[in-house]
Design a protein around this ligand. Structure first.
Ligand SMILES: Cc1cc2nc3c(=O)[nH]c(=O)nc-3n(C[C@H](O)[C@H](O)[C@H](O)COP(=O)(O)OP(=O)(O)OC[C@H]3O[C@@H](n4cnc5c(N)ncnc54)[C@H](O)[C@@H]3O)c2cc1C
Length: 386
């Protein structure tokens, strides 16, 4: 179990114990690196334990499709090895007009070229996948049966426990307050519980990333802002009633699926921010109820048990910021996941571990270049949901 003891020194320190920090620690420790995660609260307490469970390869650009294809391979591998639930129950995008179909046909072509087996299916085929679906306005759907969902609690904890087995240290209730930097080189971190000496730091704090960048004196513009997104869970119903993640842009950018406990989980596009506030709102409750019952009218019968909020750490192009900064050695960042960081984490861990240990990676990490904002080279906007 995570310890509260702060080591005096560590080769590599990861700030932030969410899925990204934990999978990276796991990957580095597996390779024999000495690594410590410093987490201000408990493992998973940021956005990770608040997320919607979804894992998809249906993106609209080559880099994200390739990275997510790799991520799904790793989700599969580690869920089998460590025994946490990852189900390939698919993602079903409901489409309602010709423009949407055209855009998705382009995405499907790209995904197919990269080996992701997405297909355009008919409303009737969509109803075969989810019999409770209202297809009266649906004219097609984009369907990839190899997308899926994983339990954030089980998966993050499994990665954390196995990271520790490989020798990583996970230190909870320890907040990084400042950097010790001499001549542009990191010497250590000041925390509320003392100093840890280190020369390699990874900023994996997502919604808090700008605060850590400011502490480190990062001199370039890396716009990452916290936005409040809310989610809902209903009473449990018969397992297997709603297998895939269902998406409807028309109805509020809604996403919904069923958890392994049987409840319907999901959210809508309703967004507030930038803010660090996390109070769930009545306006969200009304919107989510309206849109979910448009997609699946039978949900009208269900009780809502709970709503909650978490952060999307958003960048201007909805793509994360992943890479090494030149001005401070050795400072890395993997943050700004814009609502899809849970699914990306295993591949991001592999990319960042390769950058640290080999100076390069086979995955297209340049897409997430931290310098793109400074250079005014924004990427095409990654598909954000919810
Ligand atoms: C409602 C909702 C639904 C979502 N649905 C999905 C989904 O279906 N699929 C998907 O892929 N993603 C989803 N996301 C996004 C996903 O939750 C995040 O992208 C992901 O969890 C980011 O992980 P992380 O490790 O980068 O950040 P976090 O989990 O936020 O971890 C960062 C950690 O850094 C710690 N920290 C901050 N400052 C300090 C400091 N100074 N010192 C020490 N520690 C510090 C925090 O306490 C926190 O634990 C959703 C998010 C929300 C809110």
């Amino acid at each position: 179990m995570p310890t509260r003891e702060l080591p005096e020194k560590s080769e590599i320190v990861i700030i932030g114990g969410g899925i990204v920090g934990v999978t990276l620690a796991h990957e580095l420790a597996r390779r024999g690196e000495e690594v410590t995660v410093v987490e201000k609260r408990f493992i998973g307490s940021g956005s990770t334990f608040r997320c919607g469970t979804g894992i998809r390869q249906q993106f609209n650009d080559e880099a994200n499709v390739r990275v997510m294809k790799r991520s799904v391979e790793l989700w599969k591998k580690y869920s089998e090895e460590y025994g946490f639930p990852f189900e390939q129950t698919g993602y079903l995008f409901l489409l309602y007009d010709e423009d949407e179909i055209e855009a998705f046909k382009e995405n499907i072509k790209l995904q197919n070229r990269l080996g992701v087996p997405t297909r355009l299916i008919t409303p009737e085929e969509a109803k075969d996948v989810v019999p409770l679906l209202d297809i009266s306005e649906v004219i097609a759907a984009s369907w990839n049966p190899t997308d899926g969902k994983a339990d954030p609690f089980h998966s993050t904890t499994a990665f954390a426990l196995n990271a520790e087995k490989f020798g990583a240290r996970l230190v909870e209730y320890t907040e990084v307050k400042n950097f010790i930097i001499e001549n542009g080189e990191i010497k250590g971190l000041k925390t509320n519980r003392g100093i840890i000496k280190t020369s390699i730091v990874v900023n994996a704090t997502n919604a808090w990333a700008k605060l850590i960048n400011a502490m480190a004196g990062v001199p370039i513009k890396i716009p990452i802002e916290p936005y409040k997104h809310q989610a809902v869970i209903t009473q449990p119903i018969r397992p297997g009633t709603i297998k895939p993640m269902i998406i409807s842009f028309k109805y509020g950018h809604a996403y919904l699926t069923q958890t392994s406990h049987g409840g319907i989980i999901g959210g809508v596009g309703y967004e507030e921010g930038p803010t660090y506030d996390l109070t769930p709102s009545y306006a969200f409750l009304r919107e989510v109820s309206y849109y979910f019952t448009k997609i699946i009218p039978a949900l009208r019968e269900l009780l809502i048990l709970r709503t909650w909020a978490g952060y999307y750490a958003k960048t201007p192009d909805n793509n994360p910021v992943i890479g090494r900064l030149e001005e401070i050695s050795d400072y890395y960042i993997a943050a700004g996941f814009s609502g899809h960081g849970f699914m990306m984490a295993p591949a991001v861990a592999e990319m960042v571990a390769n950058l640290i240990t080999k100076g390069k990676t086979g995955l297209p990490v340049e897409w997430y270049d931290p310098y793109r904002f400074e250079r005014g080279e924004l990427r095409s906007t990654a598909l954000q949901m919810g």
